[in-house]
Design a protein around this ligand. Structure first.
Ligand SMILES: [Zn+2]
Length: 266
């Protein structure tokens, strides 16, 4: 296991343990979906902030130059769009956008809004519209607390496994059963991806970028032969995504038309 992943898990585990005292059901802003997150927004932000420098130290950072300016500009546009469109979840974010010195096609966002964009991705995208779609997708994962939700689910699943062995206090057991709904199995990975595709598309449109870039980007990802971009290893079914995103284009175009004109875009 890579060191940073271990660090995230340990921080998350402590957060989950603290959070168990008050398990929380939240509603994802912009989708209305109910989710169980066993940690506070503040804990999420701390988890991300602690892991961020470790990941960047491992991967290497591009500190200055046109690609850095570009990523910060597009990131700032999207962060501003998020604060208009998803004000409640945006309030819990502490955004940062860093260019990572890696040739692979990848980008990521940590809980709390710290993001990394690989040099390889910056070369893969054909314009800022496509870049906005990718960063928009990643920050949608952060805004919707997908990482924290996944950790919470995994923690609960682990505790439920122990419950089956009768090793847990009955009071705690009751609380967990109430919070989780025993017997419910949540296939969320696919749901999270779909949610991030949709919310990210609307964020890019709100920020003034062309939402149709999402369709061309995913089609190109699907067509990419050989090993394919690294991003695809965690983002399967590019063709299916392109089709779903295409169906959302009219709604995204309406969002773009209604959005305030970005002051600092060419
Ligand atoms: Zn994703």
């Amino acid at each position: 296991m890579p060191r940073h992943r271990f660090a995230i898990l340990s921080i998350a585990a402590s957060g989950v343990l603290v959070g168990l005292a008050m398990p929380g059901c939240r509603t994802v802003e912009g989708s209305g979906r109910q989710q169980l997150v066993l940690m506070s927004v503040d804990q999420e932000r701390r988890m991300g902030a602690e892991a961020y420098p470790e990941i960047l130290a491992e991967q290497g950072v591009i500190a200055t130059g046109p690609q850095v300016d570009r990523v910060r500009r597009v990131g700032a546009d999207l962060a501003a769009a998020a604060s208009r469109r998803f004000p409640q979840s945006s309030a819990g974010m502490d955004w940062a956008f860093t260019v990572v010195d890696e040739p692979t096609v990848n980008a990521w966002a940590l809980p709390g809004g710290k993001c990394g964009v690989n040099l390889g991705l910056l070369e893969f995208v054909e314009n800022d519209d496509e870049l906005a779609v990718v960063i928009g997708h990643e920050i949608a994962h952060a805004l919707a607390s997908h990482g924290a939700e996944r950790l919470s689910r995994d923690a609960v699943a682990g505790i439920l496994a122990e419950l089956a062995l009768g090793e847990i206090d009955p009071g705690l057991r009751f609380a967990i059963e109430q919070a989780y709904g025993v017997g419910v199995s949540l296939p969320f990975s696919r749901d999270h991806e779909r949610e991030a595709d949709r919310l990210g598309l609307f964020l890019a449109a709100e920020a003034g970028y062309d939402p149709r870039a999402a369709v061309s980007l995913w089609r190109r990802m699907a067509a990419d032969g050989g090993q394919g971009p690294e991003w695809l290893s965690t983002h399967p079914d590019p063709g299916g995504r392109a089709d779903e995103l295409e169906r959302l284009i009219p709604e995204a175009e309406a969002i773009r038309r209604a959005a305030p004109a970005p002051a600092d875009r060419p």
